[in-house]
Design a binder for this molecule. Sequence first.
Ligand code: ATP
Ligand code: MG
Length: 325
Amino acid sequence: MTASKHLIALLKSHIARDDDQFLSIAMQVAAHEARKGHGQVAQQLRELVDQARSGKVEHSRRPVPIAQPKGDLAALVAVSFSDTRLKSMALPDELEQRLKRVIVEQRQQHKILERGLEPRRKLLLVGPPGSGKTMTASALAGELHLPLFTVIFDTLITRFMGETASKLRIIFEAMLKTRGVYFFDEFDAIGSRRSERNDVGEIRRVLNSFLQFLEKDDSGSLILAATNHVELLDPALFRRFDDVIQYELPDEDVTLKILQTRLLGFDTDKVSWSRAVELTSGLSQAEISRAADEAVKRAILTDRTNITNEDLSASIRERRSAVHK
Ligand SMILES: Nc1ncnc2c1ncn2[C@@H]1O[C@H](COP(=O)(O)OP(=O)(O)OP(=O)(O)O)[C@@H](O)[C@H]1O
Ligand SMILES: [Mg+2]
């Protein structure tokens, strides 16, 4: 490869935020320099790559200073840095494929953009409470190494009555400046509060401005909105998203995967999985995770390293009665 080809490859991997690719190209450059007899340059490059590789973990945990919201923005969004991965989620195949497609399109967006096309990045997540919508926002931010900015719609509407449209503008402007995952949680505030007399006008205004901003937005940021009440949302809304992603209560496979992942590291030889799965029927992914955690607590507080059917069934029943209160 020539120097300019190397430079192009470096830039492409930078745009795709692909650190491994970036560093392996740098190593190719080092090898190239060594072949040309530039030993010192080659050595310096290798040392820098080593340094980057050894410092990578620490570096990725450090908050990116530019992403810390300042001024007005600070009151509107909460920023976090996620290390959640898609593989820590138990997902039905189809849903997993859809999320993977978002990640692949983002990671290789240069190929798509070069062709004048757009990678998917405006997503509406729809599904019952506790089915993994917020966790998905975290997992996408984690996989793409992007900061996660969470906007609580309900707070936005109640706290800034009358000025929500101008506050939304601030958020959409931030998307241009700082690439990230912008997560509008409790998006149903727009739909479900429509019946409250005083809010109707305001909510309609907010919805309309959100749709306009969403349509106009050409930042590279991911825009995610989550809702429990799809039936309350205006059909006009769906068209503005690149994808509407549906979440359901867990099937048996997903339930089993959540239980087994949460109980990893404990002796579960005596557990009847089919019975545990049966007992969880109707519970959400969040409730099942909590039940598994409670079973773990029962074991560790009695100094055991094994989980029994009794640990699990008692914890699941407890969750069930908490939910149905
Ligand atoms: N698919 C999943 N795989 C593994 N754990 C999950 C999954 N979905 C949810 N959980 C667990 O449940 C917790 C709560 O889920 P999450 O907050 O993502 O639900 P949600 O859909 O956003 O709910 P809500 O509508 O109430 O905001 C997660 O932090 C995680 O521990
Ligand atoms: Mg949520």
